[in-house]
Design a protein around this ligand. Structure first.
Ligand SMILES: Nc1ncnc2c1ncn2[C@@H]1O[C@H](COP(=O)(O)OP(=O)(O)OP(=O)(O)O)[C@@H](O)[C@H]1O
Ligand SMILES: [Mg+2]
Length: 217
């Protein structure tokens, strides 16, 4: 899926003041590309991710997903459910469910997730032995791997990741980022991060700079 951002305007009302995050921003995100959003704290990385992933509204311009604008709540929900995967800084695992049950959260009666595909993704993430464990027994890095498995189990076309390695030590962060790149190589990745030292070097970096994006660095 190609995502095309046209003249996007995004701002927040802060009392009587307006805080502008993006002003007439244009950016194309080609299918299968790896896009890293960087910039200082508070510059709007998360806001931009949530706008792109339909989780928050914007003030002007448009966003096209394979040339289609999602102009109803129903279309947005369908897109999120069928095509998007989300990974956050916190893992947001459900403490009362096992690893496997957490990964199965997105299944429904019509589309049951097979045991085989769960085993496969857990193996790729080197946590096959944890399938029946409860989240509280896992380390931070293991929990984040489960969160990745949950986000990627349905092979989303686009993966949105907001600081997925920020609460991990350096080696684990590198490990998790490499896993994220490897598990669904064909997916588009759009990831916000503070830590560019984990990057491999083949990424496109979108640097936020005072209401604009300096893309393609
Ligand atoms: N719902 C909101 N209402 C008002 N202001 C908001 C809201 N959400 C974010 N902001 C403001 O918008 C700006 C951008 O926030 P955002 O969380 O997108 O930044 P960020 O680049 O992700 O920061 P960080 O690196 O700390 O995660 C900040 O100044 C923040 O205070
Ligand atoms: Mg953020």
């Amino acid at each position: 899926m190609n995502i095309s951002v046209k003249n996007l305007c995004l701002s927040y009302k802060d009392g009587l003041k307006e805080r502008v995050i993006l002003e007439n921003t244009n950016v194309d995100i080609p299918e299968g590309s790896c896009n890293i959003i960087v910039g200082p704290s508070g510059c709007g990385k998360s806001s931009f991710l949530y706008v792109l992933s339909t989780l928050r509204n914007y003030n002007g311009g448009k966003i096209l997903y394979d040339d289609v604008e999602l102009n109803s709540g129903k279309l947005k929900t369908q897109m999120r459910y069928k095509n998007f995967g989300f990974i956050f800084q916190q893992h947001y695992l459900i403490p009362y469910l096992t690893v496997e049950e957490n990964i199965r959260m997105s299944q429904n009666k019509k589309e049951k997730i097979s045991k085989r595909s769960i085993d496969e993704i857990l193996e790729k993430l080197n946590i096959a032995h944890l399938a029946n464990s409860m989240p509280y027994k896992l380390s931070g890095g293991e929990k984040q791997r489960v969160a990745i498995a949950r986000a990627l189990i349905k092979k989303p076309e686009v993966i949105f990741a907001d600081e997925p390695t920020a609460s991990l030590d350096k080696d684990t962060a590198i490990d998790i980022y490499n896993m994220l790149r490897k598990v669904n190589e064909k997916s588009t990745l759009i990831m916000a991060t503070h830590d560019t030292s984990i990057l491999i070097g083949d990424e496109r970096k979108m640097v936020f700079d005072n209401k604009h994006i300096l893309a393609d660095m």
